[in-house]
Design a protein around this ligand. Sequence first.
Ligand SMILES: [Ca+2]
Ligand SMILES: [Ca+2]
Ligand SMILES: [Ca+2]
Length: 386
Amino acid sequence: MRNNTIFKLSVVALCTAICAPVVEAASPFVSKVYEYRPAPGQFVNELPEYESGDTYQSMLEKAGEQLCGDKMPGMISLGGFGGYVVFGFDHKVANVKGEYDFKIYGNAFSAESAATGGSCEPGAVMVSVDTNGNGLPDDEWFELAGSEYHKATTKKNFDITYFKPDESKVKDPDPSNSAITDRTYIQWTSNYADEPSGYIMRNVFHTQPYFPRWLDDEQLSFSGTRIANNAELKNGTYFLSFMDWGYVDNRPNDEDPGFNIDWAVDANGNQVELSSIDFVKVYTAVNQYCGWIGETSTELCGAEDLHPEASVCKVEFAVQAFTARCAGGSLIVESANSCNAHIYSASGVMLCAVEIAEGVNCIDITHLPAGVYLLKNKTNVAKFLK
Ligand SMILES: [Ca+2]
Ligand SMILES: [Ca+2]
Ligand SMILES: [Ca+2]
């Protein structure tokens, strides 16, 4: 008995010695920005700032500096309808049943006079799973259907194209509004007959070019779910009412509970079940112009996984007597018999001994860094990804 106790202690010590130095907890914050493609807008080329010589890649890095590594490290603007950003975390974000899964921070605030709105500039959210395993967001996207998604006033598959302006064109100021210095600055067209075309106007407060200066494109096209305008002119200022739920830059950050992966729908609006997601896309969801305060554009300040400890691991295959599945930071093993087994790294290094009892076992693997592992004894093996 004494020898057995010493043996167990030494195994624990070995495991700790091997595993502890390489433990890296998942960060709850954004780790990478994959795409930044704003539509034209009054904050474009300012948030983040364009500098002479910047390219798509350098602007992408600047967007990353504004969103990565902390709760609210900075701010980016997505410009008018359709402009978007794609980002991800250093782990899969788990869809925990019955809970909100992640938050996205914006800069919305309430009007002093009302709790029903203020500066809501709603951005729609889409999620994606790295199904082809290449680490890139080139897989199917699913929209998180917010409170407006199913409303009759919402226009699905709204396509918009913005045309690059001649920055030296003769300006067309609004004679009835001194804040508008060019009413016909950047033209857009859409595929909806009741809203066929219009302009991103130029205003007196923002004098830099509004079309992304780092792009050579003569036109920019975007597509998405266009929700109804929410602005109302009251006593000379614009009041932008809140959506009920499910949009970025909608309600003040401390009032917004976040996003639930259970809201995901496919391109036809059918609900889909996702156990976890790898990528998040946010795009401006209104096509709205508000006089002196300009076009409505979603801003982002950062994002957070609300339960990084539930980082998903997934069993790829299990053979013979083991059956295994993952839940949170645990490997769940069901076995017909009690036995001893070991966890190995993908390259065959033995990391930990585990004692498996008859029935269902919950093996703590929170100390293992992300990677591919094998759970193995003399006759059984299960490969799992954490
Ligand atoms: Ca959830
Ligand atoms: Ca992919
Ligand atoms: Ca905003």
